[in-house]
Write a protein that binds this ligand. Structure first.
Ligand code: PRT
Ligand code: ZN
Length: 287
């Protein structure tokens, strides 16, 4: 039977859940019966959701029970299943780092030789140690990794760090960042054609939402004499829209500007004589 829906696994409850649902919402997709069940149908897109622990998502996608899934890159790489990485999603950013007691000196990675390192990411830690020719003991542990050095169970740890607060309150310091992670969309490696087409449609919506979040709509008034200089600063998607003002020799310019360039460009626009600068968010951006 031909599949007429995309089946996607998202985290049932945890750090990724709300942002995953919010992302779908921004793509015009709503979940009909909440996440208190194992499955839910979505409206606004032919999508069925399965709610799982993030650890289980790569296996479900590899097995084809789910066509796609949303989870942290850290977990995807740790599980090392046969899945395709389709799209970084920009939320749940964190890093996977080595941390040691803050009283230790840290001349370099080599001091990890002979040490016991506790982690909930043994696969990624083993890879890091091998790549750096370090011979250390890996202590796999599933939670509260940060307390293991003070309990005498480990010398160092390899764990997720976000604000760094947990390390600090456990007397540890971060010494090596091994992986920068964020939520990603993964997919099965051999999806049926119809499902693959639906996945591309969903990716198109996600990328439009992401582009919009990275750009702002800008409106300003500019004197005719400086028009070329101002256009060069905010060239927009194709070119800016220019409309004459009632006041002779003045124009209104509408364009799009990247969030990253924003403050640098605003100063230059003012120097070039721009006035009445308005900046507005963009909800969706299709280019
Ligand atoms: O139940 P389930 O298995 O689904 O969830 P989980 O408990 O395994 O995962 P969850 O919900 O805690 O995290 C899901 C994903 O969020 C992770 O795989 C990461 O990709 C991402 N993420 C982002 C984080 C953090 N930030 C984070 N701060 N995951 C965990 N932490 C923990 C970390 O383990 C450490 O104990 O927070 C502590 C450090 O935080 P700071 O801010 O004190 O540095
Ligand atoms: Zn988990």
């Amino acid at each position: 039977m031909q599949k007429d829906k995309l089946t996607m696994a998202i985290q049932k409850s945890g750090r990724l859940s709300d942002d995953s649902v919010q992302l779908l919402k921004k793509c015009g997709i709503r979940i009909q019966n909440g996440n208190n069940k194992l499955k839910a149908l979505a409206s606004g897109f032919p999508l069925e959701l399965i709610f799982l622990r993030d650890d289980d998502i790569p296996q479900y996608v590899e097995d084809g029970v789910a066509d796609a899934g949303i989870l942290g890159l850290n977990e995807v790489l740790e599980k090392n299943k046969d899945v395709d990485l389709m799209q970084p999603l920009g939320f749940s950013r964190c890093r996977l780092s080595v941390a040691i007691p803050k009283t230790w000196d840290y001349p370099g990675k080599e001091i990890l030789n002979g040490k016991r390192i506790a982690t909930s990411y043994p696969v990624l830690l083993r890879k890091f140690l091998l790549e750096n020719d370090i011979n250390a003991d890996i202590h796999p542990i599933s939670g509260s990794v940060e307390v293991t050095p003070s309990l005498g169970l480990a010398d160092a740890i390899f764990e997720i760090v976000s604000s760094g607060g947990t390390l600090l309150s456990n007397g540890l310091k971060e010494v090596e960042t091994v992986l920068e992670s964020e939520a990603v969309l993964i997919a099965g490696t051999s999806l049926p054609e119809e499902v693959s087409r639906l996945l591309q449609q969903l990716l198109f919506r996600i990328r439009s939402v992401q582009k919009a979040a990275n750009n702002k709509y800008i409106l300003l008034n500019a004197p005719e004499s400086n028009m070329e200089r101002i256009i060069a600063l905010i060239p927009g998607i194709k070119s800016p829209t220019i409309m004459p003002l009632v006041e002779e020799g003045w124009y209104s310019l509408h364009s799009v500007i990247s969030e990253d360039d924003f403050w640098g460009v605003i100063d230059k626009l003012k120097e070039a004589g721009a006035e009445g600068i308005l900046v507005a968010p963009i909800e969706k951006m299709v280019t």
